[in-house]
Design a protein around this ligand. Structure first.
Ligand SMILES: Nc1ncnc2c1ncn2[C@@H]1O[C@H](COP(=O)(O)OP(=O)(O)OP(=O)(O)O)[C@@H](O)[C@H]1O
Length: 144
């Protein structure tokens, strides 16, 4: 395993072996390893400042959702909006990582990929803000 300054980089033959081993796995073992990869993804996401900030905010919003929701469906919808932001942020970080892996040179397609990822995060944030804003308005203005 080498290090490129910011990230650990496995030697090409190690990477090929690991990928080939994973492809050969089946059933529960494959599922367990896929779960481990997902946990690695969450750990990598936690390394991103934007994801960390949104994850901390998500904890507060989940408590607010429990207070704002008048029944389990409303709590679920508000919670869903919060989780959606985290999901989209992770996907955006994945796109950024893939683009950076291709190279730092300016390219129109790289710009489009990064800007569209960023736009997806913005839309999910607007949805979340709109849902919580409407629920708060309903709770405070209409019911005192
Ligand atoms: N290789 C590239 N080619 C063309 N444009 C790029 C490239 N890398 C970055 N950009 C442009 O710069 C913007 C910021 O890119 P950067 O990699 O700094 O994103 P970030 O700061 O990590 O993410 P965010 O914009 O979500 O905060 C991109 O949205 C894109 O418009």
């Amino acid at each position: 395993m080498k290090h490129d300054g910011r990230h650990a980089v496995a030697e090409p033959c190690d990477q090929n072996n690991a990928a080939a081993r994973h492809k050969r796995r089946t059933g529960l073992t494959r599922l367990l390893h896929a779960g481990r990869h997902s946990l690695h993804g969450l750990r990598d996401g936690w390394g991103e400042k934007a994801f960390r900030l949104e994850a901390c905010l998500a904890l507060l919003l989940l408590l607010l959702a429990l207070w704002l929701g008048r029944d389990w469906v409303q709590v679920l919808l508000l919670t869903g909006c919060v989780v959606l932001v985290l999901v989209v942020e992770l996907l955006n970080s994945a796109i950024e990582a893939a683009i950076d892996r291709i190279g730092p040179q300016w390219h129109e397609l790289s710009r489009r990929a990064k800007d569209m990822g960023s736009a997806a995060v913005l839309l999910s944030l607007l949805l979340c803000a709109g849902a919580f804003g409407a629920a708060l308005f309903h709770r405070i203005a209409l019911h005192g």
